[in-house]
Design a protein around this ligand. Structure first.
Ligand SMILES: [Zn+2]
Length: 474
């Protein structure tokens, strides 16, 4: 099936053509492990996962690399200010290495809960210090670098004529004005640090020897060094959140193309922000921290968040609210209930291959066409409602849908079926009988009180013609 993607570089939707027939080299920028991962960032990881699954379903062998930034990464794209990792260590009263390990593990738990396929490689920046030094030396040999005394080695963006081409326009004006920490020793406002020297008066926990002195690499360098080491000098797709395009990715291109020629990467994908009701980007710094724990503690299935993300297009901003998540959770559960009903039918009719192919192609076609996941979800609803498709075919389609969208419909439906057949503890059954008695006595207040008690215990009372039934809540 034809795959079409919006390429940030060309600013249009293009047909995807891999460098090597049948294979895809894919790099996505990973987390900085100094804190829990915000659901806004997780949106980006979910969309990367959809991209990968869609390519796999189209028959491609995908080599996915996602880095773990466990060093440096200053508080913004600027080259001065506090170091996120060292700051996280001071806050948590841990060593930088402990902080990195703790938040990497937390990130991987979120990754699993959201059913994201693990990348083939997840390189840590601290394991690739030598590769980063090599890359800086190559740039130095070609005259792209200069040194600022007591500060670091910088990239001279005026030496690279294509600087800023990913996002277009001049980057120098807005950047210089916007950054209070602007370092006036730089030759150009857009120049960035390749290697930072450790401050003389302070001992950093993470620092390394280099040809220029003890210090640590700049953030933009790691993605170039690791992607080229693991995917080769040229690869197919590079993705990340939209906040990375203007500076981080333009800087990655500036470091790579002088060494390997253009284009370094063929397709650039950027996933839009998660925004709050007022239209502002949701981030770590504002209000209650919204990580997966905030969702879990409110009883949301991580799949509800995945479903919410897939209801929107990756290029459109997604407004998050608890109401929106609640609605997505209900929509998700409704599909699960319908799949559970299909499972309970235990149909033995054969799969109708013509129907299967028709709906398979509709659904895969939507996602292959610039990742229109919301359209695919509409087709799924239509398919479910259709009385012309038999149960076996629907269930086989759901096996495919779970591979493509990773929404675990069948898994949750199987759990639901198992829960429904589970019988309630005796004390709850006694309560249910007392409730029937209260109802017969027209003691509605008591009946309601008992219902709430059962509800709090995680069960629902359903009144049927045959009497009341207890069903475990999902
Ligand atoms: Zn990156």
């Amino acid at each position: 099936m034809t795959v079409r993607l919006f390429n940030t570089m060309s600013r249009k939707i293009e047909e995807f053509k891999p460098l090597v027939e049948g294979k895809v080299g894919f790099y996505s920028c990973g987390p900085t492990v100094y804190h829990y991962t915000h659901i806004g960032n997780l949106r980006s990881f979910i969309q990367n996962d959809i991209l990968k699954r869609m390519l796999i379903e189209n028959g491609y062998e995908v080599t996915h690399v996602m880095n773990i930034t466990d060093v440096g990464h200053l508080t913004s794209d600027a080259d001065s200010g506090e170091d996120k990792m060292e700051k996280g260590a001071a806050r948590d009263n841990k060593s930088v290495f402990e902080v990195a390990k703790f938040y990497t593990d937390a990130f991987l738990k979120d990754f699993n809960d959201l059913n994201l396929i693990r990348p083939k490689h997840m390189p840590k920046a601290t394991d690739y210090i030598q590769e980063q030094i090599d890359l800086i030396q190559q740039l130095e040999a070609r005259g792209y670098t200069y040194k600022i005394e007591d500060d670091g080695i910088y990239y001279d963006t005026s030496k690279f004529p294509g600087y800023g081409k990913l996002t277009g326009g001049s980057l120098s004006g807005d950047r210089a004005g916007a950054r209070v920490e602007f370092n006036n020793k730089k030759r150009n406002p857009t120049d960035f640090a390749l290697w930072k020297f450790s401050p003389k008066n302070e001992k950093r926990q993470m620092e390394w020897d280099s040809p220029w002195g003890v210090g640590f690499p700049g953030w933009h360098t790691e993605c170039c060094a690791m992607s080229m080491k693991l995917l080769g000098n040229h690869f197919d797709i590079h993705s990340g959140g939209e906040d990375l395009s203007r500076i981080h990715h333009n800087n990655e291109i500036a470091q790579s193309e002088p060494l390997v020629g253009a284009p370094w990467v063929n397709y650039w994908l950027h996933i839009s922000f998660l925004i709050d009701k007022s239209g502002e980007k949701m981030s770590k710094s504002k209000g209650e921290f919204l990580g997966m724990d905030a969702l879990r503690s409110r009883g949301f299935d991580p799949m509800a968040y995945r479903y919410l993300v897939l209801l929107s297009h990756f290029q459109a901003q997604l407004a998050f609210s608890w109401d929106a998540l609640d609605a997505a959770a209900t929509g998700y559960k409704n599909i699960v209930k319908r799949v559970a009903a299909l499972l309970k039918e235990k149909s033995t009719a054969p799969v109708n291959e013509t129907d299967f192919d028709l709906w398979h192609d509709k659904i895969l076609g939507s996602v292959s066409d610039n990742m229109k996941t919301a359209e695919a979800l509409v087709y799924i609803q239509e398919m479910l409602k259709s009385s012309e498709i038999n149960t076996s075919t629907k269930l086989k389609l759901f096996e495919f849908i779970d591979k493509l969208l990773g929404l675990q419909f069948i898994d949750r439906a199987q759990k639901l079926v198992a829960l429904e057949s589970e019988s309630a503890p005796t004390e709850l059954q006694t309560l249910a009988e007392e409730r029937i008695k209260a109802k017969n006595d027209k003691n509605w207040a008591l009946a309601d009180k008992i219902r709430n008690k059962i509800d709090e215990a995680g069960w629902t009372v359903i009144d049927t013609a045959q009497g009341s039934k207890l069903v475990k809540k999902v």
